[in-house]
Design a protein around this ligand. Structure first.
Ligand SMILES: Cc1cc2nc3c(=O)[nH]c(=O)nc-3n(C[C@H](O)[C@H](O)[C@H](O)COP(=O)(O)OP(=O)(O)OC[C@H]3O[C@@H](n4cnc5c(N)ncnc54)[C@H](O)[C@@H]3O)c2cc1C
Length: 353
């Protein structure tokens, strides 16, 4: 492809979603990825679609998250592959009275917004999550989950079917206005979209930094966990084949240190067993660490790279990049190809000194 309409940098969930939405609108699209698809955070994320659990208050993150969550059933129905969508809800449990007060307050403001947020007494918690440690109170919300890796690969496949080209093993070294340099070659495009996750800051000089997160994958042979269970200490996300994902540490000081550490694994393993005691006997299948791409205000950067006309940013999704990917793809494709406005709260210009 000589000069594509859209050139995407990064083959994580966000880059693949932008490629799919742009190609689906008839644009010519090339995606450049330096390693393999889902080489970054999108490989090992919890996959929770959790705007109601993640948001501590009303605001733009919750609004974007709710819009994004509503897109998943339609999106996943159109994908081929093991996206693992389940909209069976998330149960957040607390073990202290202070935690219960906070949960009641969360239920109050979410209901005031017209959202479903159901408080559950200990008996209801035990029914929803059999085998869970005793809780003082629970809050069930209609959030969901996917398999982050499977979803990302399925989105990439759909982008290919829509006509996008995906080039793997191509490290982009420089981002220009409407062009990039990669492995000694200059690639021109109608529009460039930087979706390089936690590395976007290194590529473009924007304030996006890695927030390291470790998580475990456990092989659990006991009674399957029927829904995502979020306690004071960790979250447990059911995965295919009886597996349970345990997340996650938050280590902003660790930079790009990719190692799963003894301290991280020990803390997560103890938290998992405290939340669902049967997991003490589970097999540790994988310990993994990835990097959430985070802006100082923890909101995404969606819009033109400041000072550029034809280079755009789709990054900074922090803890919610799997959830926000379909919406990001849609918003960027509409903005680039149709001139639609992007959410003001996500304007990259807000972070300029
Ligand atoms: C432990 C953990 C748990 C999480 N749980 C959840 C969750 O439950 N729900 C949720 O919604 N989100 C979750 N997240 C966040 C989510 O994983 C991220 O927000 C999301 O994956 C970011 O996607 P991305 O495509 O922007 O970045 P990435 O997935 O990191 O992809 C970036 C890609 O760009 C490529 N790249 C980088 N630099 C270059 C370059 N110079 N040239 C070419 N390619 C390049 C990388 O190789 C990589 O493949 C979690 C994250 C972590 C770490």
């Amino acid at each position: 492809m000589n000069k594509p309409d859209v050139l995407v940098v990064g083959g994580g969930v966000v880059g693949c979603a932008v490629a799919l939405e742009a190609a689906g609108r008839g644009a010519t699209v090339v995606l450049l990825e330096r390693e393999r698809l889902a080489a970054g955070a999108s490989y090992g994320a919890g996959g929770m679609l959790a705007p109601q659990v993640e948001a501590d208050r009303p605001g733009p993150l919750l609004e974007l998250g709710l819009r994004a969550r509503a897109m998943f059933p339609g999106w996943c129905a159109a994908l081929e592959g093991a996206a693992g969508l389940d909209m069976g809800g998330i149960l957040r449990v607390v073990a202290t009275e202070a935690g219960a007060d906070a949960l009641r307050e969360r239920a109050r403001w979410q209901r005031a917004m017209g959202l479903v947020a159901r408080l559950c007494d200990p008996a209801e918690c035990a029914e929803l999550a059999p085998g869970g440690a005793s809780a003082v109170l629970g809050l069930w919300v209609p959030d969901g989950r996917v398999d982050a890796h499977g979803f990302t690969l399925a989105v990439a496949q759909a982008a290919l079917r829509a006509g996008a080209q995906i080039r793997l093993g191509v490290p982009v070294s420089r981002v220009l206005d409407g062009a990039v340099e990669a492995a000694g070659t200059r690639w021109e495009a109608g529009a460039v979209v930087v979706a390089a996750g936690a590395w976007s800051g290194l590529l473009c000089g924007v304030p996006v930094a890695p927030v390291k997160g470790q998580r475990l994958m456990l092989r659990h042979t006991g009674a399957p966990l029927p829904l995502t269970l979020w306690s004071d200490r960790c979250y447990l996300v059911p995965k295919a084949g009886g597996r349970v994902l345990v997340g996650a540490t938050e280590e902003p000081e660790a930079g790009f240190d990719r190692r799963a550490t003894v301290a991280g694994v020990a803390a997560l393993a103890a938290a998992a067993a405290a939340t669902l005691p049967a997991l003490a006997a589970a097999e540790l299948e994988e310990a993994w660490a990835g990097f959430r791409p985070a802006a100082p205000d923890r909101l995404p950067l969606l819009g033109r790279l400041p000072g550029h006309e034809r280079t755009w940013l789709a990054t900074g999704h922090h803890r919610n990049g799997i959830l926000l990917a379909p919406l990001t793809g849609l918003l960027l494709a509409e903005a680039i190809l149709e001139g639609a406005a992007l959410p003001a709260a996500c304007d990259p210009g807000r972070l300029q000194a």
